[in-house]
Design a protein around this ligand. Structure first.
Ligand code: NAD
Length: 291
């Protein structure tokens, strides 16, 4: 397929490289100057979208997605499909879906789970919203970039699934980090803590696959001075999206709300900006119960 790929950051870069490696003809664009194996670079988002069968976007937020959609939709060929893999608010996903429908284009919102490891290894999980036709067009690309794609429902359903998943992720990372800090203060060795929890009822993706303690468990951003990975500010973004959605749907989400407040404190008032979201562990380590 001829693919336009816009947003070649931590996630988009390796995803585009995997599509190129699988034999697709990929033209990319990013605001920053980047080079991606096998991907030819365009001078603008509109140029990357011109003549593409599928345009994929992997951008920071809904506002940027809407701005990029305004640039690329007029450039896209009728019948082509726009696949947005960014994590954005449900309203932005639905607004872009409507905009594509009135331009005779197909749309899928398909946010991902699996982090930079999943993006590089082609093992992401896609949660997709859109028509059956749109999902069928995007499916072979999901197969290249990921190990699983779930068609969750109409446009916006992918984003709904994503923010619920990431609310669990934020809450679980906070709990995993505070448990390590407690274990430290109880004199428990971190490796022993990992050996027990990773095979006991406290196991989770944050413990088993993305352990926040350096030198313990598989390689993770903790082993790289907490460089992201998945940045704390992106976690905060997702927790805010989940609380916005909970507010408008009248859902009671007290743990999600606490995790949002904790990440807001970390990112906005402490040194969390630009750190991986697992850097809550050194934050907890330095604190006591009353400080
Ligand atoms: P990133 O900041 O590394 O990449 C975003 C890229 O978009 C950057 O390279 C930036 O230059 C580019 N960009 C911004 N505005 C642009 C514009 N107007 N036109 C073209 N390019 C533009 O972020 P990321 O970690 O790759 O995350 C991308 C999306 O994926 C986010 O929505 C994030 O929430 C989601 N996500 C990230 C992870 C993760 O582990 N990093 C996991 C799942 C989902």
């Amino acid at each position: 397929m001829k693919i336009g790929f816009i947003g070649l950051g931590n996630m988009g870069g390796p995803m585009a490289a995997n599509l190129a490696k699988a034999g697709h003809q990929v033209t990319g664009f990013d605001m920053a100057e980047v080079e991606i194996d096998g991907v030819s670079m365009a001078a603008s988002a509109a140029e990357a979208a011109t003549g593409a069968d599928v345009v994929i976007t992997m951008l920071p937020n809904g506002q940027i997605l809407r701005a990029v959609a305004d640039q690329i939709i007029p450039a896209m060929t009728a019948g082509a499909t726009l696949v947005d893999c960014s994590t954005v608010d449900v309203d932005s996903a639905r607004a872009v879906a409507e905009q594509t429908a009135s331009s005779d284009l197909l749309f899928v919102d398909a946010p991902v789970s699996g982090g930079i490891g999943g993006a590089a290894g082609g093992t992401l999980t896609f949660m997709a919203g859109g028509s059956d036709d749109a999902f069928a067009t995007a499916s072979p690309l999901f197969d290249v970039m990921g190990q699983k794609a779930v068609h969750c429902g109409a446009a916006g359903a992918g984003q709904s699934a994503k923010i619920c998943n990431n609310m669990i992720l934020g809450v679980t990372m906070a709990a995993t980090c505070e448990a390590f800090a407690l274990a430290d203060k109880l004199g428990l060795d971190r490796q022993k803590m990992f050996d027990v929890v990773s095979t006991s009822s406290g196991y989770s993706w944050t413990m088993n696959a993305y352990c926040p303690a350096p030198g313990v468990g598989p390689q993770s951003p903790a082993d790289n001075d907490y460089k992201p990975g998945f940045a704390a500010e992106l976690m905060l973004k997702d927790l805010r999206l989940s609380q916005q959605a909970a507010e408008s749907a009248d859902a009671d989400t007290p743990m999600g709300e606490l995790a949002q407040a904790l990440y807001a404190q970390f990112v906005e008032n402490e040194n969390g900006l630009g750190m991986d979201f697992s850097a809550l562990l050194p934050r907890f380590e330095k604190r006591g119960r009353r400080s």
